[in-house]
Write a protein that binds this ligand. Structure first.
Ligand SMILES: O=C(O)c1ccccc1N[C@@H]1O[C@H](COP(=O)(O)O)[C@@H](O)[C@H]1O
Length: 235
């Protein structure tokens, strides 16, 4: 599963989080956010982490030329659009970004209308991300989504679940939904931009425990099928 830890501001925390198992690190490029970092700070973090870790810049209502400049200078593998970017904007951005840079469109889910809106983006982005709606704050709110409204959400492109995920509630969320990946920020923090490595470790322990359980279930299913098959052929 893809696991993005967002709002990294310190190189040593970025490296530790990558070593704990994150597949992607997120950098907030939204000046109003308490987690905002400059492209120079992004470069300092990126220089410390292994090349296979995805590097996602988070933008909101930023002009295309500025997104591209940060994507290139920061050696980003993807950009996350967390504002009111239209499908046309995403298509235009695709033309301007270096080839292979992932476009993730975040939708802040206020009601089921947001899920209808998601369909409009499927052909112009690589991945969707669903976050909670907050009237004043764009992201990093710690608010959870109403997961029951997402049970029928099966878009034809990969999607990430975000919004108030924590080591405590991640299992509950994944028992209800089957996203392609998850994205956490404030749920693994001591303060905005200051990640709590103990919480990050707890998160990966939870995910590992779920994987072990799934492996055991799948092995016992295989064994049951094997013995059933043998019984038929021996009788
Ligand atoms: O984290 C921020 O400060 C932020 C600011 C502006 C846009 C997006 C932001 N973060 C994104 O918010 C979600 C969920 O965060 P949380 O887990 O509920 O704290 C995540 O996708 C971040 O990329």
């Amino acid at each position: 599963m893809r696991v993005k830890i967002c709002g990294i501001t310190k190189p040593e925390q970025g490296l530790a989080i990558a070593q704990l198992g994150a597949t992607a690190l997120g950098f907030i490029c939204v000046p109003a956010s308490p987690r905002y970092i400059s492209v120079t700070q992004i470069q300092a973090i990126v220089s410390q982490i292994p090349q296979h870790i995805e590097r996602i810049g988070v933008f909101a209502n930023t002009i295309i030329v500025d997104i591209c400049q940060v994507a290139i200078a920061g050696d980003l593998t993807g950009v996350q659009l967390h504002g009111n970017e239209s499908p046309e904007f995403c298509m235009q951005l695709r033309q301007e970004l270096p080839p292979g840079v992932e476009i993730i469109k975040a939708l802040r889910v206020r009601d089921s209308q947001a899920l209808v809106q998601a369909n409009l983006y499927i052909d112009c982005v690589d991945t969707l991300l669903l976050d909670a709606y907050h009237p004043q704050i764009l992201g990093g709110t710690g608010k959870t989504l109403d997961w029951t409204t997402l049970r029928q959400f099966y878009p034809s492109c990969p999607w990430l679940l975000a919004g108030g995920l924590t080591p405590e509630n991640v299992s509950d969320a994944l028992n209800q939904l089957k996203p392609y990946g998850i994205d956490l920020s404030s749920g693994v923090e001591r303060a905005p931009g200051d990640k709590d490595l103990k919480k990050v470790a707890q998160l990966f322990q939870q995910l590992a425990a779920r994987k072990t359980l799934a492996d055991v279930e799948s092995n016992s299913k295989t064994l049951r099928a094997f013995f059933a098959h043998r019984e038929i052929h021996q009788s």
